[in-house]
Design a protein around this ligand. Structure first.
Ligand SMILES: [Zn+2]
Ligand SMILES: [Zn+2]
Length: 290
């Protein structure tokens, strides 16, 4: 019998962010139970670092931990890392909401700086877009339909791609999370790219390849009823063709979703030529054969 590769889940949340269930340890236990080799803890980085408007205090509380909680979060991961070291490798991370202008990133960096020696990898994620004449468009199916009606698929997709380009240009992140998150705004969720937006996407993939960054396969897309993981199959095939490293992430907001649909994804992607996934330690990337 061929030995199955042990899996790794690099995108998990916990009760600290205000909208996930369970302690970090509950997620770790589940990953051990599922015989995973690694689990990455990547809760939402404090939004308070980039939004200080008191009118958003409540929203922020339900979106991420508070700035003052961040050192405790790191401490807890390090405690578990040590405690569970014979059972599973725990990787320390956080999901940073990428915001423009650059001042936001400066503020985030300032909070992260004292802990950078402990960080194994950083997830960069986009949860909203905005361009000069638009309001802030939150990438959320409950809030996006108006924007979609007003601006259309093409404009939203192109603005989102532009924002990923900016994220990549910062050279600060290791992995791009839920790559085509904009799909949650659309019904049906399989976009028909125009030649223009598709070309922009391919150019972006080439840049990502040059930078040596990884892209996350985020299986929560299946849970969010968009029909597949992020990114969509057609983009995954382009990623595999370019040999861009992939990281597996469930984006679990409850412990039982650790590793959700990983086996199914890998089975599918192997047929498209996927042979490796990647892992991180102290921000160094290594490839693991699948
Ligand atoms: Zn979340
Ligand atoms: Zn996210």
């Amino acid at each position: 019998m061929v030995q199955k590769m042990k899996l790794m889940d690099y995108h998990t949340h916990n009760r600290r962010c205000g909208h996930a269930l369970g302690e970090i340890e509950d997620y770790v236990k589940l990953a051990i139970k599922k015989n995973f080799s690694e689990i990455g803890i990547s809760d939402h980085f404090p939004l308070g670092a980039i939004i200080d408007d008191p009118q958003f205090t409540e929203i922020i509380k339900r979106a991420s931990m508070e700035v003052k909680e961040f050192p405790n979060y790191i401490k807890e991961i390090k405690r578990l890392k040590e405690k569970c070291k014979n059972k599973i490798r725990i990787r320390l991370s956080t999901e940073l909401n990428f915001a423009t202008p650059g001042r936001a990133l400066t503020n985030q960096k300032k909070i992260l700086e004292p802990f950078m020696d402990d960080v194994d990898y950083l997830l960069g994620a986009i949860h909203d877009i905005k361009w000069h004449e638009s309001p802030i468009i939150v990438i959320d199916p409950r809030e996006g339909s108006e924007a979609l009606k007003k601006y259309g698929f093409e404009k939203i997709t192109i603005e989102y791609i532009k924002k990923i380009e900016k994220l990549v240009e910062t050279n600060y992140f290791d992995v791009i999370a839920h790559f085509d998150n904009y799909r949650v705004l659309f019904r049906p969720n399989t976009p028909h790219y125009s030649p223009n937006s598709w070309q922009k996407l391919l150019d972006l993939l080439d840049t990502i390849k040059d930078k040596g960054m990884a892209i996350e396969i985020n299986t929560s897309g299946v849970l969010k009823e968009i029909g597949s993981q992020f990114p969509s199959d057609e983009i995954v095939k382009e990623i595999i063709q370019r040999d861009i490293p992939l990281v597996l992430g469930s984006d679990a907001h409850r412990p039982q979703n650790i590793g959700y649909m990983f086996e199914e994804f890998l089975e599918k992607a192997k047929k498209w030529g996927l042979s490796h996934v990647c892992r991180y330690e102290n921000r160094e990337q290594t490839l693991v054969k699948i």
